[in-house]
Design a protein around this ligand. Structure first.
Ligand code: ATP
Ligand code: MG
Length: 397
């Protein structure tokens, strides 16, 4: 008997209400897997024999999040739960997700279409595990193994190949031999998959505790061949795969990857690379900042200008990267340097445009912006004290 995680406990009334209405309902997927691994669980997913409209009759507050795929979101006591009708995915076109799902009344049918045995587990309201595909055995063996015939499963949805290497990294598991061979054989199917979906799995791979193993598998199976900007980068990826350190956020992950891809030189191609991977604008800006700071840091310690420009979080990420790459790093030094900066943004400069126009008796123009930049730089370098009188003297000589 499993001791219920508070998240499961909170969701129990949902299962009970569905059962009271005469249907079956179970916890499924990642939450069951993670609770058996004694890991913290992310989100609780529920699978049910009730159809979406039947779920909507049982609960007052629902949102149609993916009703065509059988998923209804239920709002319950300040939390939301995705409730998905048992389904099989019958027609697959182009090796992508099925465009047509068929609702079924059997849990076994539903679990059969899931990707890996460890993800095909269900748990009832009493904490009993329903395991038709030896998922618990594979959890013990720490094995990622496709449900049923791996090749068929990858033909149905080629993203599963990326999910497989992602789970190897995330859970620090091994991949079942037959499953690996099926990926190796069918890796070109990945070409059909939307980059956004590949990116989700790839970044999870990079952040996993078994990244080394996951990346080696990603290379060995040739999956990298169909990922943006990686086709000709086998050697760089192999170098990257040797790194032992943990990577704990996406900015660090992309920055280190690009550092290897660009052969340790400044990465001018970072932006098109990240755009091809469909990263967000914000993330691209942050990674570019980190690459800029990394380049400076590789040449010595940070200076005030760089710290001011990139900010503390990026500077600390870069320090992590230095440690990761085997250089000496000091987080205290970065903190104290940052806290010793004379200013943190332009607004803190003790003089403004109007003052400067008055003092210099000039009309506004491009000179003003340039002069402000010079003042900013002089304050940061310590050449100029951030006081109005001192700045006036400095600009008037
Ligand atoms: P995470 O902890 O990263 O959320 P997860 O196992 O919950 O891992 P999800 O992507 O949230 O992964 O998917 C939930 C469940 O849905 C999986 O455990 C699996 O049973 C099933 N699943 C998800 N994607 C696929 C897929 N492409 N093919 C088959 N089954 C899938
Ligand atoms: Mg999940």
């Amino acid at each position: 008997m499993i001791l219920f995680d508070p998240q499961f406990k909170q969701a129990l009334p949902i299962i009970d209400k569905i059962e009271e209405a005469g249907f079956e309902a179970y916890f499924v997927g990642g939450s069951v897997r993670d609770t058996l691994l004694k890991e913290t669980i992310n989100d609780v997913d529920i699978a049910t024999s009730a159809k979406p409209d039947e779920i909507k009759q049982i609960f007052q507050k629902t949102i149609d999040v993916g009703i065509e795929h059988g998923t209804v979101m239920v709002l319950w006591k300040d939390a939301t739960y995705e409730i998905t009708t048992f389904r099989t995915e019958s027609t697959y076109q182009d090796f992508r997700r099925p465009d047509n799902v068929e609702f079924v009344r059997s849990l076994k049918e539903d679990l059969k279409r899931r990707d890996f045995t460890i993800n095909a587990l269900a748990m009832n309201r009493d904490g009993q595990i329903i395991d038709y595909f030896e998922g618990q055995k594979d959890l013990e063996k720490k094995l990622i193994k496709a449900v049923g015939n791996p090749e068929e499963r990858f033909f149905e949805d080629a993203l599963r190949m990326m999910r497989g290497v992602r789970f190897v990294s995330q859970l620090n598991f091994e991949m079942d031999r037959e499953t690996e061979l099926a990926i190796q054989k069918n890796h070109p199917l990945l070409e059909k998959i939307a980059i956004e979906r590949i990116q989700v799995e790839f970044t999870k791979l990079l952040l996993g505790s078994g990244r080394k193993k996951g990346l080696e598998l990603f290379i060995r199976t040739n999956l990298f061949y169909y990922c943006p900007g990686l086709k000709d980068q086998k050697e760089a990826l192999e170098e990257f795969a040797k790194l032992e350190c943990t990577i704990d956020n996406r900015i660090v992950a992309w920055t280190v990857l690009i550092y290897y891809l660009s052969k340790h030189k400044p990465a001018s191609e970072a932006e098109p690379f990240l755009r091809a991977w469909k990263c967000s604008k914000k993330e691209i800006t942050q990674v570019k900042s980190a690459l800029f700071a990394l380049e400076q840091r590789l040449n010595g310690t940070f200076n005030s200008q760089v710290l001011y420009q990139v900010g503390l979080p990026i500077a600390l990420d870069v320090e992590k990267i230095m440690a990761c790459l085997g250089y000496s790093a000091s987080f205290e030094r970065v903190h104290s340097m940052y806290h010793g900066l004379p200013i943190y943004n332009k607004k803190e400069i003790k003089i403004n445009g109007n003052d400067l126009q008055e003092v210099l008796n000039r009309k506004p123009g491009k000179w003003l912006g340039n002069l402000m930049l010079e003042i900013e730089a002089a304050i940061l370098s310590g050449e100029l004290v951030n006081e109005k009188q001192a700045i006036i003297e400095w600009v008037t000589h």
